[in-house]
Design a protein around this ligand. Structure first.
Ligand SMILES: [Zn+2]
Length: 193
């Protein structure tokens, strides 16, 4: 992450932005951080140190008078345009994009019977504060958006239709699966049958 010179600043920013949390010398990732990384993966935006130094090269070239400020801006513009061109190319079908709005009702919580609504990072139970209910379906799982309709079906019937285009973060292979609620582990998991 970054270079030795920039790492401390990056970690500090990540902490201030609530992507990660520091407690007794141990960093843990927060939901917002997971959400960010999944978005970057989905948009194929590379944030590794080689990429960062590549972008830095343009700034150094301006400093040395090899290119103009305008030229460096147009390089950055091209870079950004390329990112969004690739996102458009692999946009999922219309029904699979983020749908619904913040606080849209999704269904009844299988853990506490409370109301599940769409939140910032996923579909969550409104009793999370009062009863410490931890029920959540994340907005994205394995690089794929979980649409509101799937979340509704999961709460109503305990399962969803087969969703295509998940990508295993471990193997990089794509796979299709239903989501199902497992009452035993009290988690939402994949169903490959
Ligand atoms: Zn609940």
């Amino acid at each position: 992450m970054g270079t030795e010179a920039t790492r401390t600043g990056i970690i500090d920013n990540a902490r201030k932005s609530e992507y990660i949390h520091l407690k007794k010398d141990v960093y843990t990732i927060l939901p917002k951080g997971i959400s960010l990384i999944e978005a970057l993966l989905r948009m194929e935006i590379s944030m590794d140190k080689y990429k960062t130094s590549e972008l830095g090269k343009a700034l150094k070239a301006v400093y040395r008078g090899e290119i103009t400020v305008d030229e460096s801006v147009s390089l950055a513009e091209k870079e950004i345009a390329a990112v969004f061109a690739s996102v458009r190319r692999q946009s999922p079908p219309e029904t699979d994009v983020y749908d619904g709005f913040y606080r849209d009702e999704v269904g009844i919580c299988p853990l506490c019977g409370g109301k599940v609504v769409k939140g910032t990072y996923g579909y969550g139970c409104l009793n999370y504060k009062e009863k410490n209910c931890k029920f959540t379906i994340w907005n994205t799982m394995c690089g794929r958006v979980i649409p509101l309709s799937a979340a509704r079906s999961l709460l109503e019937t305990g399962t969803t239709a087969k969703l295509v285009g998940f990508v295993s973060p471990r193997t990089g292979k794509s796979f299709d699966a239903r989501l199902k609620w497992d009452p035993q582990s009290q988690r939402v998991g994949f169903d490959f049958d």
